[in-house]
Write a protein that binds this ligand. Sequence first.
Ligand code: CTP
Length: 392
Amino acid sequence: MKRILLIVGGGIAAYKACELIRLIRKAGMSVRCVLTEGGAQFVTPMTLAALSEQPVHTSLWDLKNEAEMGHIQLSREADLVVVVPATADLLARMAAGIADDLATTLLLATDKPVLAVPAMNVRMWLHAATQRNVAQLRADGVTVLEPDEGPMACGEYGPGRLPEPEAILQAIVSLGTSGGRLAGKHMIVTAGPTHEPIDPVRYIANRSSGKQGFAIAGALARLGAKVTLVAGPVSLPTPPGVTRHDVETAREMAAAVDAALPADAAILVAAVADWRVEPTGIKIKKRADGAPPELALTENPDILAGLGRDARKPRLLIGFAAETNDVVPNARAKLARKGADWIVANDVSGDVMGGANNRVHLVTASGVEDWEAMPKDQVAARLADRIADALS
Ligand code: CTP
């Protein structure tokens, strides 16, 4: 498990560190907080302790009195040190190597990677001194994120806003895989079923747990890719470092994929419902004469085929095909029909839907590879590896 040492600096964006703690823990990592004197003006040690379920450290001297954990140990036992928000003052002291409080002492003492996430007024960010300090820190090996641009708490507009906690988490995850083979690449993954409403209480859907698609999104993120996961209705946790968009219907999924373009690869794992009905606003009642309602089906957009003929088609377009018979011939036909580069075909005639294992065939223009049956996360890891090969 990855251990994060989170240094919370003194800026209005400190409150966003609270959400970040929640996300880090949800991603399966532990987090220990250090609060600067300035930071304590914005969030309390109690808040951070409650969210991290770890003691919060505020002063160099308290630490010694408690004899609980020295600052060297505190800085060394983490896998990554993250500074949120990195104020102009904190960046300046870091760049100068000043160690006059617990936070800066830890930053000087650590031998672990450091991620600084700046947030400050736009003029302070653009000031030559800050830009000089950031350049120095980057030269020293610190990863300094670019702040977001937008309206600021002080009423001005420009770069200086703290990036969203999800983006910070993504940076944390990719630092853990720094030098990852897919660093700098953007991947779109669709997963899960879609639900096509019939009326407010009923829907048409395909059977899909979403497990395989989520595993692929996670495996790609572990290789350092920026991953956009467009998920139909499933109850699965978001893999660490993955940006997730939840959708319900095929048309919503198509729109979310379109909005996420461009991408280096798209892996469409979702079991998209092929048809929809025009839903009624009110619940359909059973008729006294027992006659069933008639549902007029309309074909849904084919997201894979749409990407296959789009000018923004990703370099690598991968579809999945769940087949009950003639698995490989059907997959070959789909490859050609939908303009995909690869089809990952799986035989669902047995009991694989929703299960942990998957037996797949990788169908490409140059042939077919039969993979042995293996857990879905191994299929994901192997596929992510093959994607990295293809894009390198
Ligand atoms: N797919 C899609 N949009 C759709 C239907 C399917 O993007 N409306 C994608 C799936 O995500 C998958 C691939 O197309 O990657 C194959 O899906 P499948 O349902 O097997 O293909 P169909 O075209 O529906 O073919 P079939 O006649 O076998 O149902």
